[in-house]
Design a protein around this ligand. Structure first.
Ligand code: MLC
Ligand code: AMP
Length: 469
């Protein structure tokens, strides 16, 4: 096996499995997957970059696998993407075509369809490990999303480190219902399964009932999913026969952890990461799983905690510092954004995560929060307050706006926009919410728009977001 392969034909050569991938009502055997994806590779080979509308379907799985086999970097586009965000992603990434599913408005790009029943048995040479696997767009505190470039080597290193941490093997059946346009569902869920060679089941919606019915050994979810599972005793009890329940992408509330232990008998494994770094910290299949803590550095990962002056803080389990990580799974920079890259990724390989944390004497990490109130995590989605504010300011009814993430039992944070209406048009909250959905994406819609007479500001005119509750 080649060290960094993400090609199921290489990784799991020999063994066929009748139900290697189940998604969107379709089941593919390993040979179906390899034959159909290699046929996709033949159609797309030579392209410099392709966009994949990442709906949870077999078409998307084959598009992604085909691009990986051909060594063509793909750009996963959110399945619920709106007009302005789609235009930005296409222009910034320079994608040449849509591969697989086609959005309602393809934005002028040609379409390369995926044929579920086509087969090719051509064997492709393994691309160089440093070659980019994909460009994934992610939100910052301000501005439009940035394209995170990730190499094949980084993905392979991360999956192998997780396989060691979680004793993840080809005997597992991995179940999740998360989007295929972010690290959690795509890299860990799908690419992890392709590389390790285990069965992969996508449940569609990640509802407690769908998880209960899937009969997996290894389950992935964001805290919102686990909180909903924990609230459904019957569904949660059905997960008792699983091997490992894994939570990540946002903090898992301690009461949810405790309830999962009580009903399923499993203490969930918590792990931490980001689009830029992939997963860097995790509790272990055979180690301590401490509620509220995200674990130890994975194989090859180093972490450091710095104070505001850039000096190391003690690992005493109490002193809070800025968390930096370094390891083989880190990204190669933001596409077309050298300055933004230099802001967070140092020449010596340290990535400034933007999270604040504590570490105890044993090296166990706890994430305390984020440095900026302008990066919101809602349902595990990372959303920039700035991009929503810019979008709302583009609506004639909005004179001023401040967007915040308010605490929410279900979503962790919920997006709330405080709007000062303009005199040019009537401000109707539902219309403003819909405007964000149409321009950015459905999952970036504020849950609530509150019309206010003025925003709280300091003497310099800066909005005091902490006063918006
Ligand atoms: C949602 N709805 C709204 C709305 N928002 N309606 C009006 N206004 C709004 N603002 C509607 C939805 O369309 C849906 O309608 C209904 O309300 C329920 O919505 P919901 O509560 O959001 O539930 P759901 O859609 O099921 O979403 C919850 C969720 C989702 C957990 C499934 O947030 C999710 O998939 N999160 C995963 C994000 C993720 O994978 N992040 C990983 C990032 S990678 P209807 O009609 O459809 O029912 C990463 C690295 C790492 O972080 O460490 O992993
Ligand atoms: P994203 O780029 O969407 O993957 O978001 C990355 C961010 O999600 C991190 O910087 C953290 O703020 C947050 N995050 C991911 N996993 C966890 C976790 N287990 N606990 C707390 N925060 C997390």
């Amino acid at each position: 096996m080649l060290l960094t392969s993400l090609n199921p034909a290489v990784v799991a050569a020999g063994a066929d499995i009748a139900d290697a991938v189940t998604i969107g009502g379709t089941t593919l055997s390993r040979s179906d997957l390899v034959g159909a994806a290699t046929s996709v590779a033949e159609r797309v080979g030579g392209a410099s970059r392709v966009a994949v509308l990442a709906t949870p379907t077999a078409t998307t799985v084959l598009a992604i696998t085909g691009a990986l086999i051909a060594g063509v970097p793909f750009v996963p586009v959110p399945a619920d993407v709106g007009a302005a965000e789609r235009a930005h992603i296409l222009t910034d990434s320079g994608a040449q075509a849509w591969l697989g599913e086609l959005p309602a408005d393809p934005g002028g790009l040609p379409h390369v369809p995926v044929r579920l029943h086509a087969r090719s048995w051509h064997r492709y040479a393994e691309p160089h490990p440093d070659a980019p696997a994909y460009v994934m767009y992610t939100s910052g505190t301000t501005g439009a999303p940035k394209g995170v470039q990730t190499s094949r080597r980084a993905i392979a290193a991360d999956i192998d480190a997780l396989s060691a941490a979680w004793a993840w093997t080809p005997d597992d059946t991995l179940v999740h219902g998360l989007p295929l346009f972010h690290v959690h569902g795509l890299v860990l869920g799908l690419l992890g399964s392709l590389r390790i060679g285990n069965r992969f089941v996508h449940t569609g919606k990640p509802s407690p009932q769908n998880y209960a019915a899937a009969n997996g050994t290894l389950y992935f979810g964001v805290p919102t999913v686990w909180s909903r599972v924990a609230a459904d005793r019957q569904a949660a009890a059905a997960l008792s026969s699983a091997r490992l329940l894994v939570s990540g992408s946002a903090p898992l509330p301690v009461p949810v952890f405790d309830r999962l232990v009580e009903i399923t008998g499993h203490a969930p494994v918590e792990r931490y990461g980001s689009t830029e770094s992939l997963i860097t910290l995790s509790t272990l299949a055979d180690g301590e799983r401490r509620p509220g803590w995200v674990g130890l550095p994975l194989d090859g990962v180093q972490t450091r905690l710095l104070d505001d002056a850039g000096d190391p803080v003690p690992h005493d389990g109490e002193t809070i510092g800025h968390l930096h990580v370094r390891g083989p799974m880190l990204f190669d920079g933001y596409l077309n954004r050298a300055e933004a890259t230099a802001d967070v990724l140092a020449a010596d390989g340290w990535y400034r995560t933007g999270d604040v944390a504590v570490v105890d004497e044993a090296g166990m990490h706890r994430i305390v929060g984020r440095e900026s109130v302008d990066l919101i995590k809602s349902g595990g989605y990372r959303i920039g307050a700035g991009e929503i504010e810019t979008t709302l300011l583009g609506h004639p009814a909005v004179a001023e706006v401040a967007v915040v993430g308010l605490p929410d039992d279900d979503l962790g944070q919920r997006i709330v926009a405080f709007v000062v209406a303009s005199t040019a048009a009537e401000a109707v909250p539902d219309e403003l919410i819909e405007h964000v959905g149409q321009q950015l994406s459905a999952h970036k819609r504020p849950r609530e728009v509150r019309l206010v007479a003025a925003l709280p500001r300091n003497a310099m005119g800066k909005v005091l977001k902490k006063e918006l509750t």
